[in-house]
Design a protein around this ligand. Structure first.
Ligand SMILES: [Zn+2]
Length: 228
């Protein structure tokens, strides 16, 4: 090769390298999108807390298993349990609005009453944790006015979160931890995106007891744990 062509060849090779790197970088997100579509996800959602013992035990398990979850709280139950609420946030979980009172007749008396209830709960979350909540769950799953009220909440910046599987801690009163685990798996079925309803209010000791097995069984089935 003549000496005068060497710089030209070098430029050509450098351009090839840049092109290869560019194509490589483009290929990576394409693969990520593909695996994202295949991924099985489960969102553990805990309603009606915080409570002293049950929420504490649930947080211990989540910490041990390195799993993040979402807690839809009742702000009237947070008085005297501010530290539990701060622990939820400190350990990387999501805190959402459920209600101030969980009293259906007052919450659903009117749209105005619903929005006041949401704002009271959100204010407490902001004051105690510094977090501005962005997710909401209707107490009791909502009413016949669900669609209109969900739109009102969406306009205020909330993502309304429903569920598509239950552990049965409300439906099967007094069920054992083993039964709650089986009910979680049964209602989740073959769904690739599971939003599992659990409760961390005071009566639900069996839920806290079931949680390690619930996590283990969904892990065996290839699910990734996510929070909203
Ligand atoms: Zn509830």
């Amino acid at each position: 090769m003549q000496k005068k062509y060497i710089p030209l060849v070098a430029v050509f090779l450098a351009a090839l390298l840049v092109l290869a790197a560019h194509l490589g970088a483009r290929a990576t997100p394409a693969r990520t999108v593909f695996s994202f579509a295949e991924e099985k996800r489960i969102y553990l959602t805990f309603d009606d807390g915080p409570s002293t013992v049950v929420t504490g035990r649930i947080l211990d398990t989540l910490q041990r298993e390195n799993v993040k979850a979402t807690f839809f709280i009742v702000s009237d139950r947070a008085h005297g349990r501010e530290e539990t609420l701060r622990r939820i946030v400190r350990e990387g979980h999501t805190v959402g609005v459920h209600s101030a009172t969980h009293d259906y007749s007052s919450i659903y008396a009117s749209d105005k009453a619903l929005l006041a209830d949401v704002e009271e709960c959100a204010t407490l979350i902001r004051r105690v944790t510094g977090v501005v909540p962005h997710v909401y769950r209707f107490p009791g799953g909502g009413t016949k006015d669900y669609a209109r009220q969900a739109a009102l909440l969406a306009a205020r910046g909330y993502t309304v979160v429903r569920w598509n599987a239950v552990c049965g801690d409300e439906e099967l009163r007094g069920a054992s931890a083993a039964r709650l685990t089986e009910e979680s798996l049964r209602t989740a079925g073959e769904k690739s995106n599971v939003v599992l309803l659990l409760h961390d209010s005071a009566p639900h000791k069996a839920t806290a007891e079931a949680l390690p097995n619930i996590i283990a069984r969904f892990r065996e089935r290839g699910y990734t744990f996510c929070a909203f």
